[in-house]
Design a protein around this ligand. Structure first.
Ligand SMILES: C[S@@+](CC[C@H](N)C(=O)[O-])C[C@H]1O[C@@H](n2cnc3c(N)ncnc32)[C@H](O)[C@@H]1O
Length: 194
């Protein structure tokens, strides 16, 4: 989908209980992933790629040093910028493209990778801007081989992270939470830059 198409979702995104529950669970799984790597969010310089309205950003702002949200949808970013101004998040910045001078300690991609035209290429590009030892983590719905819908297989994630040169790669079910009459069980894939 283009940025224009995502613009149509901006107004109601923060009111969607599924999106809120997903981002809370993604945050909890991020904290766990960092703990297992002996790392913490404290003062990290974070890139939230495909940040949307910032549902994940808003959970990172207190502990991280800074969060830069990137999204192709100007309307999604406008919602995040309004929240940042209203809530006094002076450590949050945004742009529609990834700034060239990254030096990120952490890159988070929540429900965006399966929508990218070139998923492995984009992961390679953005993770090249991680500091040595920096962490990359993504969350996406799980697809099975041959699926037509949006989602990624475990193999696709593993291969993309490997071809980006990441180490200590872990691809697993990120969380399992009931929502209405279904279970939300997306995948997480993470790794570190050498
Ligand atoms: C399903 S939403 C997830 C938003 C947010 N991460 C969340 O968890 O609430 C996908 C987001 O990815 C963004 N997106 C899609 N393609 C993108 C690209 N090539 N670069 C940056 N953002 C993109 C969309 O504009 C949209 O805001």
């Amino acid at each position: 989908m283009s940025g224009d198409s995502w613009d149509d979702y901006a107004d109601g995104w923060d009111d969607d209980p599924a999106a809120r529950a997903y981002s809370r669970a993604a945050y909890a799984s991020l904290v766990q992933d960092l703990e297992q790597r002996g790392r913490s969010l404290d003062q990290m310089r974070v890139l939230d790629f495909g940040c949307g309205t910032g549902l994940l950003t808003e959970q990172l702002v207190d502990q991280a040093g800074s969060v830069h949200g990137v999204d192709i949808s100007p309307k999604m970013l406008a919602v995040l910028e309004e929240k940042a101004t209203r809530l006094g998040w002076t450590n949050v910045t945004t742009s529609t493209t990834v700034p060239p001078d990254g030096a990120w300690d952490l890159i988070v991609c929540s429900s965006v990778c399966s929508f990218l035209d070139d998923y492995p290429g984009t992961v390679s590009q953005i993770t090249a801007q991680l500091n040595p030892g920096g962490v990359f983590i993504q969350w996406d719905w799980e697809a099975t081989e041959g699926d037509e819908g949006h989602g990624l297989t475990r193999t696709q994630i593993d291969e993309a992270l490997r071809s980006a040169g990441l180490l200590d790669i872990d691809v697993r079910t990120a969380f399992s939470i009931p929502f209405e009459d279904q279970m939300m069980e997306p995948l997480a894939g993470s790794g570190i830059r050498r």
